[in-house]
Design a protein around this ligand. Sequence first.
Ligand SMILES: *[C@@H]1O[C@H](CO)[C@@H](O)[C@H](O)[C@H]1NC(C)=O
Ligand SMILES: *[C@@H]1O[C@H](CO)[C@@H](O)[C@H](O)[C@H]1NC(C)=O
Ligand SMILES: *[C@@H]1O[C@H](CO)[C@@H](O)[C@H](O)[C@H]1NC(C)=O
Ligand SMILES: *[C@@H]1O[C@H](CO)[C@@H](O)[C@H](O)[C@H]1NC(C)=O
Ligand SMILES: *[C@@H]1O[C@H](CO)[C@@H](O)[C@H](O)[C@H]1NC(C)=O
Ligand SMILES: *[C@@H]1O[C@H](CO)[C@@H](O)[C@H](O)[C@H]1NC(C)=O
Length: 468
Amino acid sequence: MLKRTLLCALLGLLRAQSLPCPRACKCVYRDSVQCSGVSVAGIAELGLPTNLTHILLSRMGRGALQSHSFRGMTVLQRLMITDSHISAIAPGAFNDLIKLKTLRLSHNKITHLPGALLDKMLLLEQLFLDRNALGSLDQSMFQKLVNLQELFLNQNQLTFLPARLFTNLGNLKLLDVSGNNLTHLPKGLLGAQAKLKKLLLQSNQLVSLDAELLSSLGALSELRLDGNRLRSIAPGAFDRLQNLGSLTLSRNQLEFLPAGLFLHSRNLTLLTLFENPLAELPEVLFGELAGLQELWLNCTQLRALPAAVFRNLSRLRALGVTQSPRLSALPQGAFRGLGELQQLALHANGLDALPDGLLRGLARLRHVSLRHNRLRTLPRALFHNLSSLETVQLDHNQLETLPGDLFGALPRLTEVLLGHNPWLCDCDLRPFVGWLQQHPDLQSQAEPPRCRVPGPHAGGAARGSGGA
Ligand SMILES: *[C@@H]1O[C@H](CO)[C@@H](O)[C@H](O)[C@H]1NC(C)=O
Ligand SMILES: *[C@@H]1O[C@H](CO)[C@@H](O)[C@H](O)[C@H]1NC(C)=O
Ligand SMILES: *[C@@H]1O[C@H](CO)[C@@H](O)[C@H](O)[C@H]1NC(C)=O
Ligand SMILES: *[C@@H]1O[C@H](CO)[C@@H](O)[C@H](O)[C@H]1NC(C)=O
Ligand SMILES: *[C@@H]1O[C@H](CO)[C@@H](O)[C@H](O)[C@H]1NC(C)=O
Ligand SMILES: *[C@@H]1O[C@H](CO)[C@@H](O)[C@H](O)[C@H]1NC(C)=O
C-alpha cells in the first residue's frame, strides 16, 4: 500500500516536471499530449512544450493553422489534427517539423495546401490528407518526401493530378486516391513507384486506362478501379503486374475487354468484373489463375459466352453469371474443367434451354441456381452423376414438365425449388410427380408446384393428390 502511494507520488512528480499539462489537454505519456475542443487558430496559445514527440489534436474548433502554431518543435515525430475544422494552413506552419514521421490531417475542411508546406519533412513516412476538400495539388507539393511510404488523398475533390506529383516518391508503398473526381491520369504519373504495393483508385470518374500508366508497378499487389466510368482498358494493361493479387474492375462502363487481358495475371486471387454492361467476352481472357476461387459476372449485357472462356479457371469454387437478361443460351462446354466448382449461379438470365452436358464432370458441385430464367424443360441427364449436389433452384421459370429421372441417384440432395412454373399436368409429368411423391422432404413447403392446366391432379399441387 505504502509502496503504491510512493510510486504514484513519484509518477505524479515526473509528470508535473516534464510538462505542466494545458487545460484542454491530457498528458498521458512523458512526451506526448492529446488535446481537443480549443480553436485551431489558438494552438500556439496552449503553450505546448517544444520538446514533445507526439501531438494528437481532435475535434478542434474552426480556424487556420498559424505559421507559429508548431514553432520550435524540432523533435516532433507524430502530428495528428483530425476531425477538426482546419480551413487553411499558413505557409511555413510546418517548417520546424524536421523529424516528423507521421502527419495526419484527416477529416478537416482543407481546400488548399500552400506550396513548400511539406518541404522540410525529409523523414516523413505517412501523410494523411484524406476527407478534406482539396481541389488541386501543386506539382511540387511532395517533391521532398523521399521517405514517404503511405499517402492518403482519398475523399477529396481532386479533378486532376499533375504528371510530376509523385516523381520523387520512390519509396511509396500505398497510394490512396479513391473517392475523388479524377477523370484521367496523366502519362508518367506512376513512373517512379516501383515499390508500390497498393493503389486505390476506386470511386472516381476515370474513363479509360492506358497500358503505360501501370507499367512501372512491378511490386503492385492490390489495384482497385471499381466504381469509375471506365469504358476502355488498353490491351496488356496488367501484363507487367507480376505480383497482382487483387484487382477490382466492377461497377464501370466496360462493354468490351481486350483479348487476353488477364492472361499474365497469374497471382490473382480476387478479380471483380460485375456490374459492367459487357456485351461480349473475348475467346481467351484468363490465363491459368490457380489462386482464383470466385468469379461473379452479374448485371451484364452478355448475349452469349465463348465456349472455353472459363477453361483456365480450374480452381474456381464459385462462379456466377447472373442478372444478364440477354443471355439466352450457354455453350455445351461452358463449365468444362471446373472440377473444384461448388456453387454455380445462373439465376435471373434469359436462359430458355440448357445444353445436355452443361454440368458434366462437376463432381464437387453442391449448389445450382437457375431461378428466374425462361427454362421450358431440362435435359434428362443434366444432373446425372453430380454426387455432391445438395440444392437446385428452378423456381420462376417456364417449366411445364420435367423428366422423371432428372434427379435420380443424387445422394446428397436436400432441396429442390420448383415454385412459380406453369406445370402442365399431363401424362408426361406423371413420372416426375411420382418421384416428387417419393421425396416429400425435398420440397420447399412454401412453394409447391401448382398445375397451370387442369389435369389428373386438377386444382391441386402437382406433387400430391388434390391440394393436400
Ligand atoms: C521537455 O522540456 C521541459 C521543460 O520545458 C523539461 O522539463 C522536460 O524534462 C523535457 N522533456 C523531455 C522528454 O526532454
Ligand atoms: C465531384 O463529383 C461529385 C459527384 O459526382 C459532385 O457532386 C461534385 O460537385 C464534384 N466536385 C467537383 C469539384 O467537380
Ligand atoms: C507471384 O507469382 C510469382 C511466380 O509467378 C511468385 O514468385 C511470387 O511470389 C508471387 N507473388 C505473390 C505476392 O504471391
Ligand atoms: C489458357 O491459358 C493459356 C496460358 O496459360 C493460354 O495460352 C490459353 O489460350 C488459355 N486458354 C483459354 C481458353 O483461355
Ligand atoms: C453482383 O455480385 C457481387 C458479388 O457477389 C455483389 O457484391 C453485388 O452486390 C452483385 N450486384 C447486384 C446488383 O446484385
Ligand atoms: C455417369 O457415370 C457413368 C459411369 O461412370 C457413365 O457411364 C455415364 O455416361 C455418366 N453420365 C453422364 C451424364 O455423365
